[in-house]
Each structure stands twice: as structure tokens, then as C-alpha cells.
Design a protein. Sequence first.
Lengths: 344, 344, 344
Amino acid sequence: MLLSELVDLIKKGNSNFINSNIFEDLNIEDAASLDEADNNQISFLEENNILKEKLNQTKASAIITSDNNEIINTLEKLMISNIIVKNPRIAFAEVLNCLYKKINFKPGIHPSAVIDKTAIIGSDCYVGPNVYIGENTLIGSNNYILQGSSILGNVQIGDNNIIHPNCVIYENTILKNFCVINSNTVIGSEGFGFIPKDGKWVKMPQKGGVKIMSFVEIGTNCCVDRPAVGLTFIDEGTKLDNLVQIGHGVRIGKNCAFAAQVGIAGGAKIGDGVILAGQVGVNNRVKVGNNVVASSKCGIHTDIEEGRVISGFPAMNNKSWLRSSSIFKKLPELAKKLRQLDKK
Amino acid sequence: MLLSELVDLIKKGNSNFINSNIFEDLNIEDAASLDEADNNQISFLEENNILKEKLNQTKASAIITSDNNEIINTLEKLMISNIIVKNPRIAFAEVLNCLYKKINFKPGIHPSAVIDKTAIIGSDCYVGPNVYIGENTLIGSNNYILQGSSILGNVQIGDNNIIHPNCVIYENTILKNFCVINSNTVIGSEGFGFIPKDGKWVKMPQKGGVKIMSFVEIGTNCCVDRPAVGLTFIDEGTKLDNLVQIGHGVRIGKNCAFAAQVGIAGGAKIGDGVILAGQVGVNNRVKVGNNVVASSKCGIHTDIEEGRVISGFPAMNNKSWLRSSSIFKKLPELAKKLRQLDKK
Amino acid sequence: MLLSELVDLIKKGNSNFINSNIFEDLNIEDAASLDEADNNQISFLEENNILKEKLNQTKASAIITSDNNEIINTLEKLMISNIIVKNPRIAFAEVLNCLYKKINFKPGIHPSAVIDKTAIIGSDCYVGPNVYIGENTLIGSNNYILQGSSILGNVQIGDNNIIHPNCVIYENTILKNFCVINSNTVIGSEGFGFIPKDGKWVKMPQKGGVKIMSFVEIGTNCCVDRPAVGLTFIDEGTKLDNLVQIGHGVRIGKNCAFAAQVGIAGGAKIGDGVILAGQVGVNNRVKVGNNVVASSKCGIHTDIEEGRVISGFPAMNNKSWLRSSSIFKKLPELAKKLRQLDKK
């Protein structure tokens, strides 16, 4: 695609186009990061990126960047075509969507799919090889259900969802629209509910369901359990990375982002816009307020107020944790000093 | 089902029935938590539950509760039918089992299942679509093996087990009776055994097996590895949540409960009745005594005596950990104070 | 197999044979650990192994051991046949490979496999039931692709690989030779790339690929994500245990070993020979030098120089961490002492 065509695309997009300067209207064949880009490739550079130092080594033919005089001057000197926008990352995402084809399965139901006769499947769906769809399940239009996935009975799926290979979606799950469920993820499996009695565990039947609102994306090898009664609920726009555990009866707000290997124990309530870094854990029934940010490996075992930035285990203010952690390293010195003072 | 019929059910059950008071013998259509229950629904309330405060807001038509005068008096005033038992949670589990149908796959072998001609399958089994069963595998009666699961050769499965979709069970696995293996879990995969030699890793062949006793339940996306020689062993009544790793040659006692994302490294020996909270890790070859309880994210890297309650990493007594952790937060103050004293 | 034949095998192997003493040339039927071995079974004992104390209780008919006088004398007294080598573990691995049959699927393509007509599959491959292979995918010779695995379009697979059941390998993955991908693992799924904009998350399309060099082994239920552009890369001889997360754009060197539940966040660069114990986490874009060893649960959030042995979170020298951790337990005492000194 010609560079000028990509510029037109960006102008119409959501990155807030500012200006562009095309030295040569080349055919752009590919997109790459600044250090790996070759001729006829486009890249992007945000103003706070350390790759800025290596700008004179790039072979990229065009660079999307922010309105930063230093970068723009360098690009002009190097005679690299540039496209200046407020949000280069958004523009780069738009370019990638344009340069690469989307998922290319054509609508239709593969003959090896096993579909209960009471299930209803909407128009323009792709149902891949060896997919299983159970009784009374309702599937809307324009969904992709890839090979080996299993959707049990009494599931409701809206429109425009992608369910990747080898997923399992259990009874009583509702999945709205424009969701992505990545491979080998399980939605609606039975919650871990056991009652101690006489040294053994009695099973609490898990008869509830899972409701996932629109624009939710869930990574690979994740688990979202259903509760004994009621719902496990994930609200609109929330994104989960891989290997994430969502316990039974958890409620997650809108537009959260949880990194890989996060675990949310049963009954926890997470607000809107919460960001949890990798390997964070949240205890049973804990409430995490809107827009809380927890750094990696943080253990949240009491309620956290809105807007806090937390770290460590037990979770504390990120800044205090950084200070305490730096002193933790010096504990042997401190203990020695204390012994010396004590002797005086 | 009529409320009076549910009361009869509870009387015959294991919750230790004490008394009941039915204001109106309504048809109970559903069960729900106290804050979500509607008319014609039943709920439960334990005496130490904070939902007690909201009892006057519930719409539940009947409540199972413990023998607590305050709760009973409130229910009587509100004219809510009540069933008093020693263990309300057990009674509620019995009610759920009664109100909801069990798994409803009818016995039979789906024509798409691929079953080796030397495999033997007992009576009243359900073998779902695209299931694979390998050579010389023996499967008892009344098992449910759901779609997409793969059971390799030389596996022995007893009676009354449920193997959920897309599980993989490897050669040399023995699974006794009344077990539940949830979706996408892998049992008997090769242990992580590599020998360092000249800067590379030489593979130690993993030729052992896995033995899982009766009434074990394993969550979704779990891994139970087989060892080089001998067995990985999980004893009767133990329950594992999702995303749990059981390394090669691990031995786990009876009636343990491990929460999500727990990892047990190779050769560790876990006693009976051990409870490990979420994201706990146990190091190679460590021995954990009977009835040990470890709180979330605990790292156990030395042997732990019977009955201890532990936290933190390295693991220590829970109470000491709580005290030390509260001082950790104040380390900057302590360090400052120490500097001041030192200057004097 | 006769013991004398096993000795011949070991002589030709890589364990550096030193000497052997056969009391009786029995038929060796099985291999087992020292404490579980029975008559007609072979075992091994390294000189620093605590099982040394129990040597007089073993029933093993032959023991592979190192050149340690104490052990050899004991074995001679007990009249247990012994094989002395420099590396007993390597010899034992060779014996196991000899005593047990390898994977026994015969080459051929199962009729239920769904293979795009543009895919090319080399000679002597086994393609199991319900396998899916997409368009333009190239598969070399002597590969085992077990039941239920899904290999999407534009994948290149070399020779002599084993892909266990229910794996998913996405577009733009290159897998070289002699690799093992264990069950339910996903390679090349889309990276977790979302751009914050107006309180929501805009998806960065993930159009890159994954390249896995020869002799790499990946455990069960792992995730290796592809990046927006460029490659996620795992170099020759690296071994990953179960439930490991490799983020988008990560580069991993040669001959690393990562234990279960390790997570490597997007863009991190790991050197050669790096060993990460269970549940270790590495932050985005961090660089970890060659031969770094991190103990379990370590959190690496800044660059780590070559050869360091680290622990804790934030990661610090292992020895310092052990010292600081032992003082952490005594923090309440220290704080008390400090208060007393302050009062004086």
C-alpha cells in the first residue's frame, strides 16, 4: 500500500493526525519495530522511547511519531518520511490492521462439528472442525468458533465474537458481543466450593452461571469459574491476559486489564479501570476500588480504596513499598548497628 | 418443589436438622444468596456472616440458618420461613443438588469417538464426540468422558468418574472412583527432568505413572506430571482448584485442598488435610506435615511440621509473619530513628 | 535385559564409564528409585544423595553410582552389583531409554484429521485423530502430531518434533527440529497489547510470529504469545516446565530452564543458560544476563547482570536475601529493642 494511502487512513482514524512529510511515496510492504524495520517498512516512535537514540540507524522508510521537535528535526535530516500524530501507537495499530488480513475463515459449518438439533446458530458464523455445541444453546451472527472448541448446553452467545481453538464454555454462560476468547480457555467451569465436615470435603454444587459483557477479551489457558448460585460477572471492555484465574462469584468492572497469571479468589469485587500486573493475587471477597493499580506479584488481602497504587504483600502504597524494600536489603547492617548501640 | 418437601430432604441429610418454622408452604423455584434471593427462593445464613445485618432487606421466602437466637427472632418477626440446622452450608448444598438436574448426558459412545479395539469400556458410560481412547486402556462403569478428551494407552479408570472436555490422561495413569477432572487438565504428562551436562540439558526419560485415589477432584487447566520411575500419587478426597501444578513424583495425602495457581515441585511430600491457599509454592522434595495451613503466596522451601499455620516467603508462623509484615511497612521510620540514635 | 548388556550400553553412552562389578548377571526387568527398587531392578545413587544412609535396606539388584569409596565398599559388602560412572544420572537416563519403549504411534494420517489441501506433510509423520492443519502449513518428516492438536495456516515445522494432544500452534510460527510441545500448550497466540485511550483499551493488532529453535521442550498448559511486529524467539536447547507464560516479543537464549508457573512479560530478553525456579516473574523489557539463576518466586523488575544468583522481590543477591529474610523474622524484636534504646 502506498505511504500516501496510509496517511489518508491515519487522517480518518483516532490517533489525532497533526502533520506529515512524505519524502518519497513508496509502497509500504510491512510494519516493524524501529530497530528491526527495513526499507519499505513503516515503524513508530513515541517521544519517551529509548529507541530515539538509535533513530539514525533505522532503515524504516516511514515513521509515525509524536509532535516532538527533536525527533521531527532528526527525521527531516535523515530524510525519513514522517507522520506526526498525537497518539502514534493508535496510528500504528490502524496501520497494522490495514496491512494484514484479518482471520480468514469463511462462514459455514464444518461437517465434523457436532451440533445439538435444538441449538440455534445465527447467520454468517464459522463453526470449525470438531466443534461441539450442546442443547438449547443460542449463538448470534458473525461468530467464529474455531476447531475443537466445546460449547455446552444453555449457553447464549451474542454477535461478532471469536472463540479460539479448544476452548470450553459451560452451561449457563452468557457472552455478549465483540468478545475474544483465546485458545484452551475455560469459561463457566464449576467453582472450587467445598465444605469441611468431619475431616473431609463436601461439595457445594455450583449451579450459577457466568456473564461476560461486550468487548471483553480473555487470554489463553484462563479459567473463569461459575458460582454455587448467582453469577460470575465481567463487565464491558475488560481484558485478561493468559493463565488468569477468575474464581466463582467474582465481579469485575469495566475496562480493567489483568496481566498474565493473575488470580482472583471467589467472591472478590473489582471496580472499573483496575490494572493488575503479572502474578497479582486477590483474596476471597476482597473489594478493590475503581482505577486501583497493583504492581506485579502484589497480594491484595484487604479492601483497597479507589485510585490507589499498591505493591507488595500484604499490599501497601507503592512508594512506601519501594522505600521499605530498599531498607529490607540493608536489614543485616541495621541489625548490626542496633547491636552496637545496645552494647554502649 | 414445596418448601415442606425440602425440609424433609434436609431432615434426612447430613446437616443435623434442629427445627423448622414454615409460615407458608410455598413452591421453592430456585436458590440464591441472601442479597440476591427473590420471592419463592431459598437462601442460607451462617451465624458469623456479615449479611446478617441485611436480613430485613432480603426477599427470600425461606432461609436455612444455624441455631442462633438473634437470627431466629429476626426471621420470626419478618415472617420468613426458617430451617434451623447445625451446618447450614451442608443443608444448602443438599437443596442445590435437589433443585438442579445433574449432568444430563445419556450413556452411549458417540460415533466420532476414536477407541482402540483393545480398550475395554464398562457399562453405562458416556463417551462424547471426538474422544480418543488408546490401546489396552480399561475404563469401568458409569463414567462420563466428555467431548475432545484424550485418554492414552495403558490407563486404568475405575467407576463413576467425570472427565470434562479436552482433558488429556497419559499412559500409566490409574484413576480410581468418583473423581472429577475438569476441562483442559492434563494428568500424567512427562515430568520436568533434565540433567545438566556440558552446558546443555540431557533428558531424563519419564517412565513412571500417576495414581489418583477415589473422591479426588482436580480443577481446570491443571498439570499432574509423571516421574522418571515410580509414581506421582494423590490420595483419597483431595481437591485441587484451577491452574495447579503437581510436579513429578509428588505425594499428596488425603483430604487436602489446594487453591488456584498452587505449584508443588517434584518429589515433595504433602501430608493429610493440608490446606494451601492461592499461589502457594512448595519446593522440590520438601515435606509438609499433616493439617498444615499455608496462606496465599506462601513459599515453602523447608520441611514443615504437622499442624502449623504458615505465611510468607520463606514460610514462617502466620502470627509472626503478620507482626513482621506490619513492621516492614514502618522500616523507613525505624531506619531513621536508628540513624538519629547513632548520631547522639 | 541382562545386566551385562546394560553395562555395555552404559560403556557406549555419555556418562563416562569407570568400572563395574557384576555379582550375578540377572535379567533387569525394571528401574526404580533406591527406596522403591525391588529384586531384578536397577537403581542409581549419587554420592551426595541422602538415600546413601539407606543403602543397606534396598532390594535393588544393581546400582549405578559415582566413584565414591564409601558407597562402593558398602555395595561390595552387600554384594549388590554396581556400575561406576562419572555421571550416574546420565547412565540411568540411558538405561530408562533402553528399558522402556518410546512413543508407539505408527506413521500415518488418521482419517478424522482435517488437513487443508495446500498443507504439505513430510514422510513418516503421525497425524492423529481430530488434528487440524491449516492452509500453506509446511510440516517436515518424522513428526508426531497427536490427537486434537490444531496447527493453523502458514506454520513451518521441521523434522522429528512431538506435538502432544490438544495443542494449538498459530499462524506465523516456525518450529525447528527435535522439539517437544506438551499437551494443551498454545504457541503463537496474540500478545496482550492494548493501548489506553479515553478510559478504554484499543487493541494493538498482533501480526508478528514465534520462532522456536531445535531441541526446545515446552511443558503442558503453557502460553507463548506472538508480538505486534517481529518475533517471540526461543533459542536452541531451552526447556520450559508447565504453566509457563512467555509474553509477546520475548527473546530467550540457548539452554535455559524455567520451572513451572514462571511468567516472562512482553519484550524481556533472557540470556543463555538462565535458570528460573518456580513462580519467578520477569517484568516487561527487562534484560537478564547469561547464566543468571533466580530462586523460586523471585521477581525480576530491573536488568540483571550475567552470572548472578538472585532471590526475592525486588530481586537481590541470594545470600543477602537469605540474611535479610532471617532478620525479617526478628523485626518485632528489633523494633522493640529500638524503642527501648530510644527511651534511654
